[in-house]
Design a protein. Sequence first.
Length: 400
Amino acid sequence: MTASFDVAVVGAGIVGLGAALAAVDRGLSVVVIDRASEPSGASVRNFGHLCFTPQDGLAREFALASREIWLRLAADADVWLRESGTVVLARHPDELAVLTEFARSRGSAPAFAHGAGPARPEVELLGAAQVGALVPVAARSAGGAFLPWDLQVNPRQACTALAAYLAGRGVAFRLRTAVTGVRSGSVTTTRGPVSAGTVIVAVNHDIDQLYPEVAERAGIRRCGLDMLRVDAGLRAPLPAPLLTGWSLLRYGAFASLPTAAALGDRLRGEFPELAALDLNQMYTQLPDGSLIVGDTHYRGASVSPFQNEHAFDALLRLTGELFGVPRPRVLERWQGVYASGMSDFLIERPEPGVHLVAATTGIGMTTGLGLSERVVGGVYGSAISVPPTTALSTPVKGFS
Ligand SMILES: Cc1cc2nc3c(=O)[nH]c(=O)nc-3n(C[C@H](O)[C@H](O)[C@H](O)COP(=O)(O)OP(=O)(O)OC[C@H]3O[C@@H](n4cnc5c(N)ncnc54)[C@H](O)[C@@H]3O)c2cc1C
């Protein structure tokens, strides 16, 4: 017999789980289907950095919506989250120039503040001594910035906790079940058909397996990243995600500033071997004290699974120099993969009742919940009230 739901979600990463949350918030029956037995995609391989502040355009809209949802999930779904903000370290005057221009561009009316009491500005410029007091870096700094509205989650815990919360609210999970085809009103899986009024396809880069023509039109490729978890022996904890000058070339609202062009020219000229790795030198600290270190970027229709030690060498050397510690002890290495496209998001409706959603640059943890809320809200309208309880969490078999 064909199982029947209002909404079928393909993919149990943060975007798919966000769609399931948006659907269950509207009183709909929902099934989430994933070929994996546990979260193993980009949503568990990232930094857990919810980097709302430097987003612009549509990414900023989704980021603003996501922030509220993440805070709610921390209260209701046992998602580990800290209201950390972000520290951006400027080691050179041209990096401080970008941050100063950014602070000026954001003015004093914080978009993140509603309901949050007295408003802090979105960007607080820091002197060198203030940076040194906040983060245990040894590198000389020209100053930096603090972005107080940003948050941090533990990527290894967030999806599991969210899935358990959704299961507690009646969402069905079909794991170790691959979707092989989608049509209006139905999904074909390796464990039989599922019928659903709405199908949300949230399979990240693997959209090219189910919808190759859409993926080609949107220029979707895979972006591979080299990542490490290390015991760095820092002299003090890292209380917030730490970005560097390299990060100022990546996020939309930094990279689009006129001063970022000169910074890019200098970094590429001074460090061609790091520029060739397409580096974003950044760090987050997990609750156990270990440090997530990254990252590099390489793109293609597929990415080589053979990670070059040269990239890890560079990341470890830079980490030692930045924090003034000997070469950190490596605890884990992994490769992350996400969809990379011509714009920041893929939002398509290839046929009635079928919606394709993906963050097509590396900001899906920051924006994915807001993206999914927008897409589901576009179909079903506003959410009904959400039960404010933590008692509903139920471990999902294979997701605990
Ligand atoms: C190394 C790295 C660091 C990052 N750092 C950050 C960060 O700090 N902050 C930030 O905002 N973003 C970051 N990102 C980006 C972010 O992690 C992604 O944008 C986001 O997790 C994508 O979520 P998703 O749900 O679309 O994809 P995934 O988490 O990859 O989930 C897709 C799911 O679809 C399933 N699937 C695929 N095909 C099928 C099929 N045919 N049938 C059934 N199931 C299928 C897969 O098994 C998978 O579980 C980073 C990404 C990486 C890789």
